[in-house]
Design a protein around this ligand. Structure first.
Ligand code: HSE
Length: 427
């Protein structure tokens, strides 16, 4: 199978490395021969090390897209517009596609997959979600005998790294962010990580696969982690929890509740043990019950291993002719899922109110919560050190988000409140 690789950065380089390492083994054990027909990069400088090894290198992707001897295009460049053009052109030319580009699939998947279906081409994307964790194949194949009732995932390594280090070392968000970016996991646009956008791209893809319907990334509620403070992480620790940025999918009748935001996860929950850059996907399935998949969610070889798995799968299907293109109904706009608006969702909440030390403040706060049908579960207040800024931490029983928003707005307008109230949802 002749492969054209567009993008020879971290992941592209890793794919070439693994193919070189395992080519003979794949041939001997699986009967498939993976041949890299050419590579594309932006500059001659990037191509130089690959050309030195004997690969054909180009700075124009059309050199591969128009080559009829190439049956698979591997898009590993990232970004939206050019990859969209390359992938659609590859499909128009009857080529299969392998991509790790979650942002592209979340944005243009509803155009790419139906086109692939029409042209009877495969678009495989195991590496797009959870790096090396085989979650796409798990949802599409291994769990086909199950309905996925809910999914909770830690799907952005950068955020998980920041939150884990803030908790372990009591550091501020800003302190850890720079280190996280140095690790090489971060997106080119750092806002994609810390504002939850990358996690939402991946959650939209997973939610579409879980529901069998198109879950539009644009309609997902997203909150990132830049407002999380070391102080809240410490209070949450005292309450027996950890803070994680989660992608959430819940099936509620005919609708689906899909969200990305920081959550309090109880210390005994399997997701609480997922630390630093690890990713994890926790599923509740009707027949299997709960299951957790975890592993490296990014990085050169973990992500490249998922790309190589897709390439081998394509090569085997070409050999045997057994694998038909998968039904793409879950990525068609006319088959869209109805999303539960965030205001209609219900969960338990954590609030931290910062108040002046006046008589009756607590009763005013409790009164507003009560008026809005929010039942207090626990209250925590430490010795007063600064009479202008007293922290009052409240956890609630299950309450409705719209009621919570109304109550918080009212509490924040009290003259005694010194800072905007903090809110975290429990998993
Ligand atoms: N920026 C992503 C992360 C990389 O931090 O997990 C892989 O998608």
């Amino acid at each position: 199978m002749r492969i054209g690789i567009i993008g020879v950065g971290t992941v592209g380089g890793g794919v070439i490395e693994i193919i070189e390492q395992k080519r003979d083994e794949f041939h001997a054990k699986l009967g498939v021969l993976l041949e890299i027909a050419g590579v594309v990069a932006k500059t001659e400088e990037e191509l130089a090390p690959f050309k030195a090894k004997g690969y054909k290198g180009f700075t124009d992707a059309n050199s591969l897209l128009e080559d009829d001897s190439i049956s698979v295009i591997c898009e590993l460049a990232g970004g939206y517009e050019l990859p969209f053009k390359w992938i659609t052109k590859a499909i128009e030319h009857g080529k299969n596609v392998v991509t790790a580009n979650k942002a592209l699939l979340a944005k243009h998947g509803s155009e790419i997959f139906p086109l692939a279906g029409q042209k009877k081409c495969h678009v495989l994307f195991e590496a797009a979600v959870g790096g090396g964790i085989p979650i796409i194949r798990t949802l599409q194949e291994a769990l086909v005998g199950n309905q996925i009732n809910s999914l909770s995932c830690i799907i952005n390594g950068t955020c998980n790294y920041i939150l884990t280090r803030m908790a372990a070392e009591g550091l501020s968000f800003e302190d850890v962010l720079k280190d996280a970016q140095k690790l090489g996991f971060a997106e080119a646009n750092p806002s994609f990580d810390i504002d939850g956008i990358d996690a939402a791209h991946k959650t939209a893809i997973l939610a579409s696969l879980c529901s069998g319907r198109f879950v539009d990334f644009e309609k997902i509620h997203i909150t990132g982690i830049s407002d999380i403070t070391a102080k809240d992480i410490k209070f949450v620790d005292e309450l027996g929890g950890v803070v994680r940025l989660l992608g959430l999918y819940n099936r509620t009748g005919e609708s689906v509740d899909v969200r990305v935001h920081p959550c309090i996860v109880p210390q005994e929950h399997l997701l609480a043990g997922v630390k630093y850059v690890l990713n994890a996907v926790y599923l509740q399935c009707d027949n299997l019950g709960p299951t957790l998949q975890t592993g490296a969610g990014a990085g050169k070889l973990p992500t490249a291993s998922a790309v190589v798995a897709d390439l081998v799968s394509l090569a085997r299907s070409t050999e045997t002719g057994h694998i038909e293109p998968l039904p793409m109904g879950w990525f068609q706009k006319e088959n869209s899922a109805t999303l539960v608006p965030i205001g209609e969702t219900s969960t338990r909440y954590y609030f931290r109110f910062v108040t002046k030390d006046n008589y009756g403040v607590l009763s005013k706060i409790a009164g507003i919560l009560g008026e809005n049908k929010i039942s207090i579960e626990s209250i925590l207040q430490k010795n007063i050190k600064n009479r202008e800024k007293v922290d009052i931490v409240v956890t609630t029983e299950k309450a409705k988000e719209s009621d919570v928003q109304t109550a918080l707005a009212k509490i924040d307008s009290l003259p005694e409140i010194s800072e905007k109230s903090r809110m975290l949802r429990f998993i």
